[in-house]
Design a protein around this ligand. Structure first.
Ligand code: SAH
Ligand code: SF4
Length: 349
């Protein structure tokens, strides 16, 4: 992808935009702000003077993110490949539902947490995404789906693309402020899920921040030795600390915590695992999301049979756990978490 040195205007407030507009009436900044949040290109901002549009296009870009490719899956899910101004790539998944549409977006390029099962971490962390690069993914998706302003398409967000959101804490918090701003695209905090590998002190900071997003914790193993093998972050923040932070999150926010549990054949699908998982999650309102492993060719791990997944769910239910199996979205479009980006990068070397 070609690189651009230009500054992107998306993510700035109307006040900040005034600085970029030469001798314009002050309402122009407000108009520009709306257009940018509606995903319009400069040439489409027809209520701005033609000379002004040309002036802006020469010096700036609308958004730091644009969609390079769209892949449509059988379930109606779409996968976007996003290009960033420095030529880097991320990906997002758009999932239409009856109650609204969810966008799964990325918070970093790559990830440094090194989970064994995940494609995003294979090359480590390249860099953090800025708040406007996260907002840019939502705006680009909205524009692609034809939804703008009141009629916007994306109503729900999950921070489950590449990256560990709590490893990019300040930028993610600024992004949450932008995307929930009343004069912006105004997505409700209740419709936003943040998924973390379990950086316990940051979970507590998020709880104290007053933002009431849904917290998903990627647990994936109920015993420390196994979790450390699959998720090196567990050596810094073992299960007891992660579960204590989850409980704290519930106490501060009143929001039920979701535990993500990816089933990996022969690793974490035993009866002992189901029992221990039930113990860990029983002390406060929570829900377990079971996911069948999305196989990544580089790591040699395999998914259990569908029947074994159902049986694991039945065990959890028997042990009193509120649990469901999450349909693996977009499997036919290279799943989530870095698989598409890697393939595109390999093909276009
Ligand atoms: N870094 C954050 C959010 C991004 S990953 C986190 O780890 O929570 C989003 C979810 O996808 C996490 O629950 C993660 O564990 C899971 N995941 C990663 N690779 C996967 C794979 N190959 N199969 C199934 N789930 C996977
Ligand atoms: Fe990073 Fe999440 Fe992948 Fe782990 S699962 S490497 S934390 S993106």
């Amino acid at each position: 992808m070609t690189k651009s040195e230009k500054t992107a205007l998306l993510g700035m407030s109307a006040d900040e935009l005034k600085e970029f507009l030469p001798s314009c009436p002050s309402y122009t900044a407000g108009q520009l702000f709306r257009f940018l949040n509606d995903g319009k290109r400069f040439e489409e901002m027809t209520s701005l003077k033609k000379e002004l549009r040309a002036y802006l296009a020469e010096r700036y870009v609308e958004s730091p993110v644009r969609i390079l490719r769209v892949f449509t899956g059988r379930s109606g899910a779409k996968k976007y490949l996003f290009g960033h101004l420095d030529g880097n790539l991320t990906e997002g998944v758009f999932m239409p539902h009856d109650y609204g549409n969810t966008l799964c977006l990325s918070t970093q390029i790559g990830c440094r947490m090194g989970c064994k099962f995940c494609a995003s971490g294979l090359d480590g962390l390249l860099r953090n995404l800025s708040p406007s690069e996260m907002l840019g993914q939502v705006i680009a998706s909205n524009a692609n789906e034809g939804g703008v302003a009141k009629d916007r398409s994306v109503t729900n967000l999950v921070l489950m693309g590449s990256g560990e959101p709590l490893d990019n804490y300040d930028n993610v918090m600024s992004f949450l402020d932008l995307v929930t701003a009343k004069d912006g695209i105004n997505i409700s905090e209740r419709n936003i899920s943040l998924s973390t590998s379990g950086i316990a002190p940051k979970i507590r900071a998020l709880a104290d921040s007053g933002r009431k997003v849904t917290l998903s914790i990627s647990l994936h193993a109920p015993f420390d030795d196994l979790r450390s093998e699959l998720m090196p972050v567990n050596r810094a923040y073992p299960i007891s600390e992660v579960v204590a932070a989850a409980r704290y999150y519930f106490e501060r926010t009143g929001r039920r915590v979701i535990f993500e549990y990816t089933l990996i054949k022969g690793k974490n699908d035993s009866d002992a695992c189901a029992r221990q998982l039930a113990k860990l999650t029983s002390g406060f309102p929570s829900h377990v999301n079971l996911i069948r492993l999305n196989e990544v060719k580089e790591n040699g791990l395999s998914a259990p049979a569908v029947k074994a997944t159902d049986e694991f769910l039945a065990k959890l239910t028997k042990y009193g756990v509120s649990a469901t199996i999450r349909r693996s979205l977009g499997n036919d479009i290279e799943g989530a978490c870095g698989q598409l980006r890697r393939r595109y990068a390999e093909e276009n070397q």
